[in-house]
Design a protein around this ligand. Structure first.
Ligand SMILES: Cc1ncc(COP(=O)(O)O)c(C=O)c1O
Length: 463
């Protein structure tokens, strides 16, 4: 992102943000980010965020879907304060404390299936994915992990190895895990088989399962786990056909392969259920969660069949700060907020409002190509040709820029960078939701009518 030039193209005062950006460039390497806008966040509360210059935004990104209950939820803040004053942490590697135990007990109650379960904790989605892979391999004694093209699983070496959306060129010096195989994710809107998966989900599921069967055959007896997002998040919020997921569960069960349900982005009520996999009626072996789990503090968990997690030899899950007492207290409070404030049901209701709103605009704006939504897991695909479904990243970025100018944080993502990412807090108040839709309306019009300068495009980066 060329923030200096962008600063000259925005109507906002971003002087203080620019000073922070200048500082970051000097002391923090660029590989930490793919920045969107020249904005330094200073303060956040609920569904609102303020930058260093006092500009106010409605947050439709929630720090990459990490605040399902909004920023600084009072119950979470209270739990953190109470814990941090009593015991910050003492490593569970050597002794015991009740916080990770209580969190594991509570977390297990949210997950599907009645097999005996356990949970193991880390710090980020990436290390959660590592832990699940490790468990899959220890349990089966096999090596290969089947992942999906277009997937995002994180940046530790193992998680990057199973990530499909980062190019081979970018990954080339990483010394990746060599035992990873990639299958095509059944995207109903755009896939290599040319199937319209909305019109014919059975055909799409059939093709995707055929190619998976061929991969399993080639690596017969050596596939430890299948790792799948129940909706591909950074891939552009893609929902596979229900039939595909049930067939995938069937094959993994028959072949003794561990099914890892990767819910780092999709979980904690955002889809309208605790876990997006529940929409398919499928019970996975392991669920990976992070992001919103911590209520704003860093924590990940792998929760699932005890016999699989117990197969990992000590100390291979031991990290000094794993199961950190303050993060556990925060996560426990967060789970209770999602449960007691009915946030999954709220996601269903608010997601419907936003999806209906986009449908009502589709006649006016031909670039609205596909509206994908389940609860508040949501992406709107921007295209230059609706018939041909041609991705239009430039138009998506113009809409996103216009929204930012007007006070709505709504970025783009997806394999082609052309999908509007809509991830507000599940408890966004109705007035703010309506205000956000008003801003969206004006932003679509700004972009459609040529009011957004094309000069911004080469200056922005994004996915
Ligand atoms: C689906 C998914 N998995 C894993 C990760 C990695 O999580 P983290 O960045 O916390 O390591 C992300 C982050 O965006 C994600 O969206």
């Amino acid at each position: 992102m060329d923030w200096r030039s962008l600063a000259g193209l925005t109507g906002k005062n971003i002087e203080k943000s620019c000073a922070v950006i200048e500082g970051e460039e000097k002391v923090i390497p660029g590989a930490v980010s793919i920045k969107y806008f020249p904005m330094a966040i200073e303060k956040a509360q609920g569904s609102l965020v303020w930058d260093a210059d006092g500009n106010r935004y409605i947050d439709f990104l929630t720090s990459a879907a990490a605040y399902n209950a909004g920023h600084c939820h009072p119950a979470v803040v209270e739990a953190v304060k109470e814990q941090v004053e009593r015991l910050q942490n003492y490593t569970m590697v050597y002794f015991y404390n009740d916080r990770p135990v209580r969190l594991a007990e509570l977390l297990i109650t949210t997950t599907p299936g009645d097999a005996p379960k356990k949970a193991v904790f880390g710090f980020s989605g990436s290390d959660g994915v590592d832990a699940a892979i490790r468990a899959g391999r220890s349990f089966t004694g096999r090596r290969k992990i089947l992942s999906f093209k277009g997937s995002y699983h994180g940046m530790t070496t193992a998680a990057l190895s199973v990530t499909g959306i980062v190019s081979d060129e970018t990954k080339k010096d990483v010394c990746l895990d060599p035992h990873v195989i990639f299958a095509e994710y059944p995207d109903p809107y755009r896939n290599s088989w040319g199937i319209d998966g909305y019109a014919d989900p059975a055909a799409l599921s059939g093709k995707a399962m055929e190619s998976i069967a061929a991969l399993l055959e080639r690596h017969r007896g050596d596939v430890a786990a299948v790792l799948i997002e129940p909706a591909q998040g950074d891939g552009g919020m893609i929902f596979p056909p229900g039939e595909f997921m049930t067939r995938l569960r069937g094959v993994t069960e028959r072949e003794g392969i561990v099914l890892i349900d990767e819910e780092v982005q999709t979980g904690m009520g955002r889809s309208g259920r605790w876990w997006a996999i529940e929409h398919f009626g499928v019970v996975p072996d392991l669920i990976v969660t992070a992001k919103s789990l911590g209520g704003g503090l860093p924590i990940s968990a792998v929760v699932g069949r005890a016999e699989i997690l117990d197969a990992v030899p000590a100390p291979l899950f031991a990290y000094t700060h794993a199961g950190h007492a303050v993060s556990c207290a925060s996560a426990e409070a967060m789970i209770k907020v999602v449960r007691d404030e009915g946030l999954a049901a709220a996601a269903v209701e608010k997601g419907q409002v936003i999806a209906d709103w986009f449908r009502s605009r589709a006649g006016r704006y031909p670039f609205i190509g596909d509206i994908r939504q389940r609860g508040l897991l949501m992406g709107v695909e921007v295209v230059s040709d609706r018939e041909k479904r041609t991705p239009d990243k430039a138009m998506a970025m113009k809409i996103s820029w216009a929204a930012w100018e007007r006070g709505l944080i709504m970025i783009t993502f997806g394999k082609d960078g052309n999908v509007l990412r809509l991830a507000p807090p599940l408890n966004i108040p109705d007035e703010l939701l309506q205000e956000a839709l008003g801003i969206m309306d004006a932003s679509l019009e700004d972009a459609a009518s040529g009011k957004v300068p094309a000069a911004i495009l080469p200056l922005l980066k994004g996915w």
